[in-house]
Design a protein around this ligand. Structure first.
Ligand SMILES: C[S@@+](CC[C@H](N)C(=O)[O-])C[C@H]1O[C@@H](n2cnc3c(N)ncnc32)[C@H](O)[C@@H]1O
Length: 244
């Protein structure tokens, strides 16, 4: 069972496995617009974590995702999603995401969109380049053919994060701005510390998310409530980056 943490007009958060969140939406007859996810990466990236996740221990036994996990995720969520699918992933799983999106009837014929966060991650072994780039797989329903021309990369500096593995707010705001419209629902059912959801609220979208780790979901809750207050006051956010 997914457990509601907040259910309000602009923001809903659920504690539980993403499949339970999906089941809840199906029962309620709800759909989302942009599905923006940052799921665990491949074994090659996460190898050795074995049962732990960025941000703390998790009750769910996973440390990395396989192509089969990606397939199950896309099949589970496709009926609940009427807009873009945006998946931030690594170079190993990117192709699995593209294949799964195509199998689910989405158009995914775009190259990987790099998200380059300079200074973000170090190659601890000190024997080669640091992994500063995430690979974003984007796919749209076939009918969204006139959506518009979007950024070909997200490039910026590392910022202080609420959890290991979190993404910078500037990048998520740009993604939300590109792949959804004001007033639409942005969903991240593995939201971690809630960066995509906070970005959605700040950009005038509604946010729906969940996570299987309570400690990080609590961070998402605090952060989203703050984003909602800022959005409702209508203040511009310091440090907001403009479209390049
Ligand atoms: C890379 S983190 C997301 C970070 C997030 N994008 C941010 O900026 O804060 C991945 C998250 O997926 C969650 N997770 C992994 N597998 C899950 C599952 N099956 N159901 C729900 N949450 C899951 C983990 O608890 C973790 O918080």
């Amino acid at each position: 069972m997914s457990v509601p943490i907040i259910e309000s007009r602009r923001l809903s958060l659920y504690y539980g496995d993403h499949e339970q969140t999906a089941a809840r939406l199906r029962r309620a007859g709800e759909v989302v617009d942009l599905l923006s996810v940052d799921t665990p990466y491949s074994e090659r990236t996460h190898g050795g974590h074995n049962g732990t996740l960025p941000g703390g221990r998790s009750p769910i036994p996973y440390a990395f995702w396989t192509p089969e996990d990606v397939h199950v995720f896309v099949q589970t969520w496709r009926p609940l999603q009427r807009g873009w699918l945006v998946s931030i992933t690594d170079h190993v799983l990117w192709e699995a995401w593209q294949r799964a999106a195509e199998r689910a009837g989405l158009y995914a014929g775009f190259p990987p969109v790099p998200m380059v966060v300079t200074g973000s991650r170090l190659r601890i072994r000190g024997d080669g380049p640091s992994p500063w780039t995430y690979f974003v797989m984007v796919a749209r329903p076939p009918e969204l053919v006139t959506w518009g021309t979007l950024r070909g990369a997200y490039v910026g500096k590392r910022e202080r994060l609420l959890m290991t593995g979190g993404k910078p707010l500037w990048a998520m705001r740009e993604i939300v701005e590109d792949y959804s419209r004001p007033g639409q629902v942005v969903c991240d059912p593995l939201c971690g510390a809630g960066t995509a959801l906070a970005a959605a609220l700040l950009e005038g979208r509604d946010a729906l998310g969940g996570d299987g780790t309570m400690s990080v979901l609590a961070k998402a809750e605090t952060r989203c409530m703050r984003a909602l207050r800022i959005a409702e006051r209508g203040h511009e956010i310091p440090g907001r980056r403009r479209r390049p």
